[in-house]
Design a protein around this ligand. Structure first.
Ligand SMILES: *[C@@H]1O[C@H](CO)[C@@H](O)[C@H](O)[C@H]1NC(C)=O
Ligand SMILES: *[C@@H]1O[C@H](CO)[C@@H](O)[C@H](O)[C@H]1NC(C)=O
Ligand SMILES: *[C@@H]1O[C@H](CO)[C@@H](O)[C@H](O)[C@H]1NC(C)=O
Ligand SMILES: *[C@@H]1O[C@H](CO)[C@@H](O)[C@H](O)[C@H]1NC(C)=O
Length: 640
């Protein structure tokens, strides 16, 4: 799949034709494009006071590499030596890491285009190069220096003299498996890495969280004071490849402690009527082809996110470098009788081949989810119609009792009209140009938050210190997850979180309300085009050593708000459930079908009609987007 040779062929053909840059369109200039209608957040007088914009940035997997040299060999030297096609701003479509030219340009673009247009930044780790070159093994000093460099870049970019905190918005980082040495290995805290990162991230970690950060590398930031917290998880303790720890079941394990911390925090947020975004580096992938987390950690996580579904707005991860999402099915929670899924691959890096297999396995799993009855095949309409009483009861409708029953049964299977059986984790692709460098801006609902306190205008002294001592917020309800009661239930040896009370309305992950994620825009920089532009300039000026003034421009790859393939009204779980069902559909409705002519069948005998291939275009787009668009049509045809 997408062999590098093909990418090189693409590079060569690309250099034959010069494509001019598209005009750089200023982002969000049009007030009507504001996520929440016609609010104009820039015209609030001369005061420096700012209001929420209803957007945040998710950026991940920078992998800066100071050994990177343009013109070196891509395949055998990690772009460190030899002669080859490594580009000025990075080698797109390769395993090389990120040159500082691209790191600097990415921050320049953020400063020019996003600075006053986002409310916070979620930065999900891997802020050092890979240990992929035997000639230059990484050192602890280097890993720390690279992390410090990116931290300084964020501080410079969002510096604010007016804010008591020195920053205009909060930045919330998390530890990646390549941010430590040796990579993947993270011991129980306090350890030298938790102490190091406390020092590097001192501007980002609230004072009252420092103690727990040193304990385990986890912390929370109230990015909208008293309304919304971002909880930075240390997924190293859940990560199957971390051989220094062993899951989340045993009380002596840091993973157990981490889950306890998370439960207590979420309980506190619930009692304060606040909401939470969970972030981490390694996502909870768990399909037949790929498993990232220790099963005992996945089990607790899936239970926690289900029980705190009134509190959690959503979850964001990096690490895998491919753009995709995953659904956690609470019916798979079976902590009493947990068994690891058979032969799933849990190696820490995955090849393009296995990435493609992984995506197919996700699709296969989604194909096993409950599917709507046939007469609900209007995929865009049916979920919205759920909430209309008539639809389910059929009162006054034209649905026969049989059809009504089917609908009700389907709704029961997926956990009601908001699909509360499921939760979603989103994975943003990377800055490191395994494909194209990319970043994501998420829009969320700020209705009713006009008067919310602003992080930059409060001081950390205003924050509510969280009592992190083993507070006993939850009595121990017995756990009853297994439907059908096939197995005898052991009393769990951990405190199971309480579900929301029955009178609690669905949370922001499930129904559109303040803080609900509405859409996201995926931006990418076409390095093929930009590197080519650089070589042209260098040739004409013959001044290779001097800097080049070719800017890196991030363009919109897709925007879920306007996308007529995904057709997502918002980013609620039911929207993702619906999308997953459509991606999995082997026999999609006409609207989701792409008809192409298969020329391999061109033996002169078949009628044109018989040569046509019908493809699910939602699956095709999902696959193409997974690789940030850096996959040509032939490869795509082979895969999808
Ligand atoms: C502007 O800011 C000052 C202090 O920084 C404050 O006293 C004043 O009330 C603010 N005015 C408005 C209109 O918000
Ligand atoms: C990146 O920016 C820093 C200043 O922030 C500068 O010192 C460094 O030389 C730049 N590196 C490149 C490769 O442009
Ligand atoms: C935000 O949520 C409110 C409900 O609280 C809803 O009325 C409004 O339409 C939502 N805004 C957007 C832009 O979806
Ligand atoms: C990137 O640029 C190259 C060269 O201009 C072009 O052929 C290719 O289609 C572009 N790819 C994307 C995804 O924009």
């Amino acid at each position: 799949m997408i062999p590098r040779r093909l990418l090189h062929a693409l590079l060569l053909t690309a250099s034959a034709c010069a494509t001019p840059y598209p005009p750089q369109i200023p982002l969000f200039n049009d007030p009507s494009s504001s996520p929440n209608g016609d609010r104009d957040s820039t015209s609030s007088g001369t005061n420096s006071s700012r209001a929420l914009t209803g957007r945040f940035l998710h950026i991940t997997d920078f992998h800066p590499d100071s050994h990177y040299k343009s013109g070196t060999d891509i395949d055998d030297s990690a772009c460190h030596r030899g002669h080859g096609s490594a580009g000025y701003f990075g080698a797109e479509g390769s395993d090389c890491d990120t040159p500082f030219t691209l790191v600097n340009e990415t921050f320049r673009w953020i400063e020019n285009n996003l600075k006053d247009k986002v409310d916070f930044v979620v930065w999900t780790g891997d802020s050092a190069r890979h240990d992929s070159d035997e000639k230059f093994p990484r050192t602890e000093e280097e890993v720390v220096r690279l992390n410090q460099y990116l931290t300084d870049k964020f501080v410079d970019t969002f510096r604010s003299e007016e804010s008591p905190r020195g920053l205009s918005i909060p930045v919330v980082p998390t530890i990646g498996n390549n941010d430590i040495l040796p990579h993947n290995i993270f011991k129980d805290g306090p350890n030298r890495w938790t102490k190091k990162f406390l020092d590097i991230w001192k501007k980002f970690i609230p004072e009252y969280q420092r103690h727990s950060f040193v304990e385990g590398g986890w912390y929370a930031v109230e990015v909208i004071p008293n309304k919304l917290a971002v909880m930075s998880l240390n997924t190293m303790y859940f990560f199957e490849s971390n051989s220094a720890v062993d899951g989340c079941a045993d009380k002596s394990e840091p993973g157990y402690e981490h889950m306890e911390w998370l439960r207590v925090q979420l309980e506190l947020l619930r009692s304060r009527h606040m909401k939470a975004i969970l972030i981490g580096h390694v996502p909870p992938a768990r399909s037949s082809a790929k498993r990232n987390w220790d099963e005992t950690c996945w089990q607790k996580y899936a239970l926690w996110v289900n029980r705190y579904r009134d509190v959690i707005v959503g979850s964001l991860y990096g690490h895998m470098n491919i753009d995709h999402f995953m659904l956690q099915d609470s019916h798979q929670v079976d902590i009493v009788d947990s068994q690891s899924s058979a032969d799933a691959d849990s190696s820490d890096e995955i090849s393009i081949q296995s990435r493609s297999e992984y995506l197919s396995s996700l699709r296969k799993d989604w194909g096993k989810m409950p599917t709507p009855p046939d007469d609900m095949s209007d995929v865009v309409g049916w979920m919205d119609a759920w909430l209309e009483e008539d639809f389910v009861t059929g009162a006054g409708g034209d649905i026969d009792p049989q059809g009504r029953k089917k609908r009700r049964r389907f709704l029961e299977k997926i956990g009601g009209p908001w699909a509360e059986r499921y939760s979603v984790s989103l994975v943003s692709p990377s800055v490191v140009p395994n494909y194209f460098p990319t970043l994501r801006v998420v829009e969320y609902n700020i209705t009713g938050l006009e008067d919310a306190a602003i992080w930059a205008e409060s001081s950390s002294a205003d924050e509510t210190p969280v009592d992190d001592s083993d507070s006993d917020l939850s009595d121990e309800p017995s756990i009853d997850l297994k439907k059908g009661g096939k197995k005898k239930k052991k009393k769990p040896d951990f405190k199971a979180p309480k579900p929301p009370s029955s009178s609690t309305p669905p949370g922001p992950a499930y129904s559109n309300q303040p803080l609900t994620w509405l859409s996201y825009t995926q931006y990418y920089a076409n390095l093929t085009k930009i590197n080519h532009e650089v070589s042209k300039k260098q040739e004409s000026s013959r001044a290779e050593s001097s800097g080049v003034d070719v800017p890196v421009i991030f363009e919109v790859e897709y925007d879920t708000k306007e996308d007529d393939i995904y057709k997502m009204k918002d980013l609620t779980v039911k929207s993702y459930f619906q999308l997953a069902v459509r991606i999995a559909d082997k026999n999609p409705p006409k609207d989701d079908t792409l008809v192409s002519v298969d020329s391999s069948l061109d033996d002169g005998l078949l009628e044109p009609e018989q040569k046509k291939k019908h493809k699910n275009r939602v699956w095709r787009s999902f696959f193409k987007r997974a690789f940030v668009g850096l996959v040509d049509d032939d490869d795509l045809d082979d895969a999808v």
